[in-house]
Design a protein around this ligand. Structure first.
Ligand code: AMP
Ligand code: ZN
Length: 469
C-alpha cells in the first residue's frame, strides 16, 4: 500500500487515485529566463523518480509540467539583452529540454506553455469575476482573497496574521493587501494580449490553475513542487481553481525540500548556485541522480561536490555488477543447475520502502544489500546458471534503472571523449608525411575518404584545417 505525505492534511495518507490505473500529476516547472540550477534540478529529478515509481507499480501516469514563458524575470532579461521576450523564452526552453535529457529525466506527457493558454486563462478569470471572486480595477484584475473562506488551508497561514505582515506593501490599487494579480495591465514595451479588461498579460498563479484544469480536469491526483511554492503559489492555485469549479482541486499535495549550500537555499537571487549544465560537465547524470535520491525528497539536502563524488563512488558497485552480468550473458550459457536466490524478498523490501512515501534512501540501501548478496553468491559458486544472471539483470532494470536511472546496461561512448577529432588529426599528420614524401596518391586518398565520411579539409600555408560537413 503506497502512502504519501500530503501537505494538505499534514499526514501520510493511502494513495487512492481517482481513476485507477490512471494517475494525473502536475508539477510546477521552470520559468525559462536562464539555465536552471542544481536546486531546480532537485525538483525535476524527484518528480521524475515519483512518476517512475508510480509506473513501476503499474499506474498509467499523465505527467504534466508547465513552462512559465512570460513573466517579469523574462521581460527584465529581454530588455537587458535587447531581445524579444519570446527569444529569451525560446532560448532557455531549448536549454531546459537539453539539460533534462542529459539528466535522464523521462519526458513529461505534456509541457504546456503559459503563452499557449491565454484564452483558457481569460475564460477562468472571467468566471472568477462573474462569481464575485475577482475584480477589475482599471485593467488590472485581482483575486479577492477575503471571498474564499478556505484561504490558508494548504500553508496553515491565517489571513488575519498575513494581513498584518503584508501591511507594509499595501497597494492602493487593491481592496486588500493579500489580493493577488490575475491579469496585469499592459505596460509600455511589454508583451500583451487582448482581453475583456484591455491589453495585458496573465499573473503567474493563474497559469497553473488554467493549464492543470485543461489537461488534467477539475480535480486531479497529485500536485507537486518545491516547498517554496506552498505559499503563496499553491495556496493561490487552490483559491482560484476551487472558487471557479466548486470542487476540490487536488487530492495529494507533495512538496520537496530545498537543496542548500552552506545551509542556505540555493537560488538565483542569492547568487549561490551551480547550473545543472556546469555540474553535468563534470559528473555523469547517474552520479547526480544518486546524490539526490540518497536523501528523502522532503528533507533539506546540502550540496557539495564531495557529496556527488561519494555518490559516484557508490555507483561503482552497480557498474561492476552490470559488467559482470554483461560478460556472463554474452558467453555461452552454463549448464549449471538453477541457483536458488530469494528475488521476491528483495522486490518486496524495495517496494515496502518506496511505498512508504517514496523513501528512496532506504530503497537504495536495499539495492546495495541486493548487490552484496548477489556478489556473495557469485564468489561462492564457480558456475552459475544464466537464468540467475537474467533475473539479476531484470531486478536492476526494474529498480535501479527503471525507477532511479542510476545505472545502465548499455555502454555509452562519452560524446566529449574527443577521440574522433584526435583520429582525424592523426590521419592529417600521416597525410602531411605522405605529401613530404611525394606520395600524392596516399595524400589524395586520405582527403577523399575523409570527405566521404563527412570531413572536409583545407590546406593553408602552415596547417591543414578540417571541418565536419
Ligand atoms: P523556478 O524556475 O524558480 O520557478 O523553479 C522551478 C522549480 O525549482 C520549483 O518547483 C521550485 O520550487 C524549485 N526550486 C527552486 N530552488 C530550489 C532549491 N534550492 N531546492 C529545491 N528546489 C528548488
Ligand atoms: Zn505552478
Amino acid at each position: 500500500m503506497l502512502v504519501i505525505q500530503n501537505t494538505l492534511s499534514g499526514k501520510k495518507e493511502e494513495f487512492k487515485p481517482i481513476n485507477p490505473p490512471h494517475v494525473s500529476m502536475y508539477v510546477c516547472g521552470p520559468t525559462v529566463y536562464d539555465y536552471f540550477h542544481i536546486g531546480n534540478a532537485r525538483s525535476f529529478l524527484i518528480s521524475d523518480m515519483i512518476r517512475r515509481y508510480l509506473e513501476y507499480k503499474g499506474y498509467n501516469v499523465k505527467f504534466v509540467m508547465n513552462l512559465t514563458d512570460v513573466d517579469d524575470k523574462i521581460i527584465h532579461k529581454s530588455k537587458k539583452e535587447n531581445r524579444s521576450f519570446s527569444q529569451v523564452a525560446d532560448t532557455f526552453t531549448q536549454a531546459f529540454f537539453e539539460d533534462i535529457e542529459k539528466l535522464k529525466v523521462k519526458p513529461a506527457t505534456l509541457y504546456p506553455k503559459a503563452t499557449g493558454h491565454i484564452s483558457e486563462i481569460i475564460t477562468l478569470i472571467s468566471n472568477l469575476i462573474d462569481n464575485g471572486f475577482a475584480y477589475n480595477i482599471d485593467g488590472n484584475v485581482f483575486y479577492n482573497v477575503a471571498r474564499f473562506k478556505d484561504y490558508g488551508k494548504l500553508s496553515g497561514k491565517k489571513t488575519d496574521e498575513l494581513e498584518v505582515g503584508a501591511r507594509i506593501e499595501i497597494n492602493n490599487e487593491k481592496l486588500n493587501p493579500l489580493d493577488f494579480a490575475l491579469w496585469k495591465k499592459a505596460k509600455e514595451d511589454e508583451p500583451s494580449w487582448n482581453s475583456p479588461w484591455g491589453k495585458g498579460r496573465p499573473g503567474w498563479h493563474i497559469e497553473c490553475s488554467a493549464m492543470s484544469c485543461k489537461h488534467l480536469g477539475d480535480t486531479f491526483d497529485i500536485h507537486a513542487g518545491g516547498s517554496d511554492l506552498i505559499f503563496p503559489h499553491h495556496e493561490n492555485e487552490i483559491a482560484q481553481s476551487e472558487a471557479a469549479t466548486g470542487k476540490p482541486f487536488v487530492n495529494y499535495w507533495m512538496h520537496f525540500g530545498f537543496l542548500n549550500i552552506n545551509e542556505e537555499k540555493m537560488s538565483k537571487s542569492l547568487g549561490n548556485f551551480f547550473t545543472a549544465r556546469d555540474i553535468l560537465a563534470k559528473y555523469p547524470a547517474e552520479a547526480i541522480r544518486m546524490f539526490l535520491f540518497q536523501t528523502h525528497y522532503a528533507s533539506p539536502l546540502n550540496f557539495s561536490e564531495e557529496a556527488i563524488q561519494a555518490a559516484q563512488k557508490g555507483l561503482e558497485k552497480f557498474t561492476n555488477l552490470v559488467d559482470k552480468i554483461n560478460s556472463e550473458l554474452s558467453a555461452p550459457s552454463q549448464a549449471a543447475p538453477m541457483t536458488d536466490f530469494d528475488f521476491p524478498t528483495f522486490y518486496s523490501a524495495f517496494e515496502s520502502t518506496m511505498d512508504d512515501d517514496f523513501n528512496s534512501p532506504k530503497a537504495i540501501a536495499v539495492l546495495f544489500d541486493f548487490i552484496k548478496e548477489v556478489n556473495r553468491k557469485i564468489t561462492e559458486s564457480p558456475s552459475l546458471n544464466s537464468g540467475f544472471y537474467l533475473k539479476t539483470k531484470e531486478f536492476l532494470e526494474k529498480t535501479a534503472i527503471g525507477v532511479f536511472g542510476i545505472t545502465s546496461f548499455e555502454k555509452e561512448v562519452p560524446a566529449s571523449s574527443g577521440i574522433e577529432d584526435k583520429l582525424i588529426e592523426l590521419l592529417l599528420s600521416i597525410r602531411a608525411t605522405a605529401k613530404k614524401e611525394k606520395n600524392f596518391t596516399l595524400a589524395d586518398q586520405i582527403r577523399d575518404e575523409l570527405l566521404n565520411l563527412g570531413v572536409a579539409i583545407r590546406d593553408t600555408k602552415d596547417k591543414t584545417l578540417f571541418k565536419k560537413v
